[in-house]
Design a protein around this ligand. Sequence first.
Ligand code: ADP
Ligand code: MG
Length: 760
Amino acid sequence: MDKKRISEIKTLVESGECGGNSLEEVFARCYSATQKTLGITPFDEQLAAAIALSEGKMVQMQTGEGKTLAAVFAACYAALNGENVHILTFNDYLAERDCGWMGPIYRELGVSVGCITESTPRSERSELYKKQVLYITAKEAGFDYLRDFVTLDPEDTVFPEKLDFAIVDEADSILIDEARIPLVIAGDVAVSDSGDMREIYGKISEFGEADSAFDEDSRNVYLTDSGADKAEEIFGCDIYAEENTELLAKICACLKARDVLTENKDYIVKDGNILLIDEFTGRAAPGRVFPGELQSAAEAKHDLKITSRGRIMGNIALQYFARLYPRLSGMTGTAESAREEFEKFYGLLTEVIPTRLPCARDDKPLELYYDQAEKRRAILNAIKQSADIGRPVLVGSESIEESESIAAELRGMGISCNVLNAKNNAEEAAIIAKAGERGAVTISTNMAGRGVDIKLGGEDCSDKDFVESVGGLLVLATSMRENSRITKQLRGRAGRQGDVGESRFFAALDDEIMQKNDLKGLSGRHYPSAKTEGTLTDKTLLKEAERVQRISEGDSFDERVNLMKYTLIGEKHRELTFGRRKSLLDGSYNSEMWQKNAPELFEKAAERFPEKELQELQNKILAALLNEFWCDYLDYTSYLREGIHLTQIAGRNPSEEYNIACEEYYGSAAESIPERMTEKLKKLLECEKLSDYKVEAPTRTYTYLLNDVGEEFKAKPVLIGVFSESYEEALKNAEQKTEDSSKDPEKKAGFFGKIFGKKK
Ligand code: ADP
Ligand code: MG
């Protein structure tokens, strides 16, 4: 903590000489405004945190220490110095809450502030994005960014031209745990039902069990050797030839629809449509369709009319979205243990702010049991003991099912409890806020109610003395978490601002994390050979059980580094495509493809249509084609990733091959797009008026989070070689490679070219 700077700020508060916009002066004004409007005095720790945020750091500040207020200081300083600030909150509820709660301070300083949530109409967003400080979830901001990507009308765009500064709240959740989750925008593209999918589906009836296999990790179906032979026989062609890529994809989609997808589990059939069932809510998700060919294949399976195809039109992982901000900072209760990751992925340095009061929470060591039944008995016992004396308990469960089953057992024992499943943030925030009341039993998954303060003795603290006398809040976790950060998050729910409290973690030998990381092998002869009742006490066994967490932590870190080797290139291409599209639509760049590639046709058009409108239309058509190309690119690259592990078998480096293939595909636009532009011009010439020409666009679009896309990379062996060049360098290198490879035909087009052409 920079004590000197903090006392300078306080001196300015007293003297009142703080009219300027230096950090110290703005902070001094915020300080007074906080006292005046909220009636509280900022703590030194909050000033220290705000200084670190202003410096673009990752700030670790424990739960309940007052991060919401600290962010206001940093936001005001940035805003008054000309930056637009986005405070990226953990959920919509918190965006609204924080904006309302902190609003008076901003108004006192003359800084405009607003918030956007899922329910904010698009028509109001443009104005809200102009506010100096905006509270919004990373998800919502990311979706707006993507929506702008697909719209063809510049009037329809809402997202700011230029981003400045983001302060990420609960930063480890957004920047690490959820960093890989892609935000997706998809659109319905009309397709004519040519009947080919139905025909293929009919033909695959000849495929038996041995002809295809399902890869659990990538969740894809692929053909075995016998399947490939059979396919060549039935379809009479080399199915690995490049021109048959689509056929192969369709065959695999049909097999997957037939053998892997289950009606009423994965989807339902309703009014002639296939509707996806959301894994999380268990309900049919409106507007969600299976990706790529799979939707049509499922339609063929049920003999439904194939009318449209859901196409992914754009996506961005939260990680990359955050990196769009030139200046980034973050705050969380647990940054320390992810220090390396924040620095490596985001270039953020971590600063740890000490707690204002010493922590009085009693963190108990891991309690290990023989099996699930033993563990459950112990958990129920611990809850009952607390409930009996009126001590509040917060149970952190691992899944919705576990929460429900614990709740059912407790109710059977006559103990009432609240269950939170992260479904309704506002409602759950109200319940969490009461989790510190006398006798409250609250069962929640990891994330439910994050960011909400738990005060001992209820929201007004009226019963605080009693709750303190029974030991404060007990946090009880039903299993060891995959990483120590989540463990610390959970423990941090108790003992806020020097409160008394306790945290206990339960585990069993047959927990998934223990089995996956081979606790049995690690602990050898210390592993119990027969069922044991009560807690296990073998010291070595316990030590190894604790070590399991560090092993699994390391794995997921490697996984994330790994994934980056695959995603970076797509991000560079997306940036490039988005940039071009944008300049076409806002008129800062004019396409001259028609003039250059079809001068005679263009001449004809120029004679008939007004120059300016013709140019605008050309730009718009090119932007639409870029959209279409981008859809194809996303399809193609996802198809590549599905097959990329094959390169391992051939002794090649998958991430390198992947990057080469992406580069080549992206480069192919230089040929295909001008050709298609000329076709469009011919179509335009058939029109009477310019306005008769309709630019093709999806009939509707929808956004969603793709929770499991990272899965396809899991379980793949560790790959080597990081893709780290700038885009220009990468392009140059790729050109170089293509040149080199023209001498060596084996090398040309990378591995995929090879397998596609293999069976000639
Ligand atoms: P965090 O986000 O760090 O978990 P919050 O910003 O939600 O913490 O604040 C926790 C609680 O502390 C809130 O109830 C808030 O009103 C209170 N608080 C924050 N700063 C101060 C302060 N300077 N003086 C008194 N109470 C404060
Ligand atoms: Mg908070």
